[in-house]
Design a protein around this ligand. Structure first.
Ligand code: AMP
Ligand code: ZN
Length: 458
């Protein structure tokens, strides 16, 4: 059962083989830490987490690198406007460094809440200024740069296959260019190094061979991925928007300097959309995980919601959809809990599951197969062992879950104790009669490894 993955670069689903087995180099573009992540961003990180877990399920050792963009991402992706970090800092009355630290921690907390495995290496753009300057010099030496009044730019016309990842129609873009490109030679050219404005002291700026300033947004990923994973590694990921600007620019930089297309596979998670425009307007902010939690949602219900769609399909968020995920997850958790202790893994189901996840991470089908297993006639212990094995990929923390204990009134607690006594004395009829009495009052008795518990019936 080979692992097959969709590669955006070739637009094909191909067999995945690591370049240096059993290690897999995985680079995922991380957050720009000027604000909280919204649940759309988090959908992309859930997709990347599933990818990593599937690779590990296949026995590979994943060297997962994620960057933190804490400088250089301008308000407009066309290299104009203010730096997002400096703008965020001004809004909050804090320094850009404080803002970066605060939102990095908030982001890492969101990942933990969603049970996303922590990258093996975190790297901040501001900790790698030297590497970025070196790479810009390398690109310059190869003759791909030019200077304008505000920075050093990459001349995309010098690279014959620039934009191949995006299948960009360069000639069409040139002909139809109505946007003001300032001193740039071509609309697709992008900044490698920006000069600090002459009339303004930036909080984040460094010396360089070209003058005081800061790196452009794209160079950090080329420089840091090369440092930690080499000039050509296994898989590079991001959200679908990166297919058009950020990733073609990363590829251009690496091609110019190292003559490789950076990664063997390029994978992209599709966007989460909000179909109820009023929802975001009335809350006055974008939806972040904390907003869901404040409304009483378990973050793992959002993870479950993400798994219900293929990563290569857009997913519409609405509260009904999330409520559906809550109910399904609770059902699954209860079913798994009631299976008792875990036994061996069922080989047939394992084979089907592996086939499904290896088919370009088909999570909706993996969930369907999980339900199929739960409802099957296999012994409870085998089901439990198998489903917990699946959970290494699903990441729903099924092993840890305990049903919330109902507030049981003393009256019912007394009945429960009486039933327990009847059972230890093997008075089965009495025990059953008490169970009936409790059931008539709307509770269900569940015998768990920790003793009998009461659960409100649905
Ligand atoms: P940013 O913090 O803006 O650099 O984005 C972080 C990640 O989230 C990138 O990989 C983006 O491609 C991705 N992203 C942005 N918006 C969405 C969305 N609505 N749905 C899914 N992913 C998104
Ligand atoms: Zn990147």
């Amino acid at each position: 059962m080979p692992l097959r993955l969709f590669d955006t670069y070739t637009r094909t689903t191909r067999d995945f083989e690591p370049l240096q087995p059993p290690e897999v180099g995985l680079y995922t573009c991380g957050p720009t830490v000027y604000d909280y992540a919204h649940i759309g961003n988090l959908r992309t990180y859930v997709f990347e987490d599933i990818l990593r877990r599937v690779l590990e399920f296949n026995g590979y050792r994943v060297k997962h690198v994620m960057n933190i963009t804490d400088v250089g991402h301008l308000v407009s992706d066309a290299d104009s406007g203010e730096d997002k970090m400096e703008k965020g800092a001004r809004r909050a009355g804090k320094s850009a460094w404080e803002i970066a630290e605060f939102y990095t921690q908030a982001f890492q907390e969101d990942l933990r809440r969603l049970n996303i495995l922590e990258p093996v290496i975190w790297c901040r753009a501001t900790d790698h200024i030297r590497e970025q300057i070196e790479m810009i010099r390398c690109i310059e030496e190869q003759g791909f740069t030019y200077r304008t009044g505000d920075g050093i730019y990459f001349d995309t016309a010098k690279l014959p296959d620039y934009g191949y990842l995006a299948r960009l129609d360069i000639e069409g873009l040139q002909a139809g260019a109505r946007v003001d490109i300032g001193e740039k030679r071509h609309p697709t050219d992008f900044a490698l190094w920006k000069f600090s404005p002459a009339d303004q002291k930036r909080q984040m700026e460094w010396d360089s061979p070209w003058g005081v300033g800061f790196p452009g947004w794209h160079i950090e990923c080329s420089a840091m991925s090369s440092k930690y994973l080499g000039n050509f590694f296994d898989i590079h990921c991001g959200g679908e928007d990166h297919i058009y600007v950020h990733h073609p620019n990363e590829i251009a930089q690496t091609e110019a300097c190292h003559h490789t297309r950076l990664a063997n596979f390029w994978m992209h998670g599709y966007f989460l959309q909000l179909d109820d425009a009023k929802m975001s307007k009335s809350t006055g902010e974008f939806l972040r995980l904390q907003v869901l939690m404040d409304k009483g949602y378990d973050p793992l219900a959002y993870r479950f919601f993400c798994l219900s769609a293929n990563y290569r399909a857009k997913l519409n968020f609405n509260w009904e959809g999330l409520d559906g995920a809550v109910i399904a997850l609770e059902r699954l958790r209860n079913a798994v809990y009631e299976m008792g202790p875990a036994g061996p893994v069922d080989e047939d189901y394992l084979e089907k599951f592996t086939e499904t996840i290896n088919d370009d991470l088909n999570m909706p089908r993996a969930l369907a197969l999980t339900w199929d297993l739960v409802k099957s006639a296999l012994p409870a212990a085998v089901k439990k062992g198998t489903v917990l094995h699946f959970d290494r990929v699903l990441g729903l923390r099924l092993a840890d879950w305990q049903p919330r204990e109902e507030e049981v009134s003393p009256e019912y607690q007394a009945l429960l104790d009486e039933r327990q006594k009847a059972r230890t004395e093997k008075r089965w009829k009495d025990a059953d009669a008490i169970r009936e009495q409790i059931s008539a009052a709307g509770y269900e008795v569940i015998d768990t490894p920790q003793g009998p518990k009461l659960k409100k019936k649905k």
